[in-house]
Design a protein around this ligand. Structure first.
Ligand code: ZN
Length: 323
């Protein structure tokens, strides 16, 4: 029997051109009993604050004496995007990898984000499981993503919960678009490829702390600890999960204008191919430019609510339901 401890350590992730260090905090929770190591982080995309808020509430509720093993938690993985309330960094800081979540496992001699990823990977890469907390927008249903051919990651996703478990094809199984978009540099994908089960919860809402989103995140995280036998007990209900496949292709705007989503549609609706999604029109002439429809049967998990769209912009995502 050891003594349970919590420490918080400052990590230097990289240096800015002026010499100012980019620092963050790593929390280390050592349980009283031996067990696996879970690495959890939030805010790779700095505006996704509900993951960060989740880790604070997790910290308040975790009973260290009940913990078996170690939890490593980084509430702000990318301080550069956090301070800018942004998704990516400005071009001068990293023009090659403006998105930290395309730069894993990083490179100590690489670009700024590759260096930051490499420092965090020293901790994440030695863990037994990884939870990478993200936050979607109000236009996106809360869900958890895992690699389709990875049963251990699927087990974590099922334990975490939410209303939608999204299997994402990876590597050679995936569409060309998957590699074109640099998805092989996501933390979850790299970890899974290294044999570390990993999930990406997408909690609801950017920029605002939304209590329901935080609560779903905390319940999910404790469920993962129970699944890994780091806490006693079984995972608690956390949503009513449907298993579906992430669909990279999406319904896009054929032109630019104003988009009015169909007011009868709600996120999470089961819809069929051909279901009307709304109306895109020219705001000057009132001419209807497009009446987009669902491209497949499935779960509507994203529907654009910001009306001003440009040609090629995403209007909706429909996930294919798996048995
Ligand atoms: Zn994100």
């Amino acid at each position: 029997m050891e003594t349970a401890t919590h420490t918080a350590e400052r990590l230097t992730l990289a240096r800015l051109p002026s010499g100012v260090p980019v620092e963050t905090t790593l929390h280390r929770y050592e349980g009283a009993r031996d067990g696996p190591t879970l690495y959890v982080q939030a805010a790779q995309h700095g505006r996704e604050v509900n993951g960060t808020a989740t880790l604070r509430r997790f910290h308040e509720r975790l009973d260290l004496d009940a913990l078996a093993g170690t939890v490593l938690a980084v509430p702000i993985a990318d301080p550069l995007t956090f301070d800018r309330v942004s998704y990516t960094t400005p071009e001068p800081l990293d023009s090659v990898n403006p998105n930290l979540n395309r730069a894993w496992p990083g490179d100590a001699d690489g670009t700024l984000h590759e260096r930051m990823a490499a420092t965090l990977w020293e901790h994440a890469g030695s863990a037994d499981a990884i939870v990478d907390l993200h936050t979607g927008s109000p236009e996106m249903l809360t869900h958890v993503v895992f690699r389709e051919d990875d049963p251990d990651s699927r087990r974590l996703a099922e334990a975490f919960g939410t209303d939608l478990l999204l299997a994402e094809q990876a590597g050679e199984d995936a569409d060309e678009e998957w590699s074109d978009r640099g998805f092989d540099g996501k933390l979850r994908v790299v970890a899974s490829g290294e044999g570390i089960p990993a999930i990406t919860p997408e909690l609801a809402y950017n920029k605002q702390i939304v209590d329901d989103a935080v609560e779903a995140g905390v319940t999910g995280l404790f469920n993962v600890l129970r699944e890994l036998d780091m806490l006693e007990g079984e995972p608690e209900p956390n949503g009513d999960p449907i298993l579906a496949r992430n669909h990279l292709g999406r319904v896009t705007a054929t032109g630019s204008g104003l988009f009015r989503p169909d007011p009868d549609l709600e996120l999470g609706d089961r819809i069929t191919a051909g279901t009307p999604l709304g109306t895109l029109y020219d705001p000057t002439t009132y001419e209807v430019l497009q009446e987009p429809v669902a491209d497949r049967d499935g779960v509507l998990y994203a529907l654009t609510r910001e009306a001003t769209v440009t040609g090629g912009a995403k209007l909706a995502n429909v996930a294919l339901v798996l048995d």
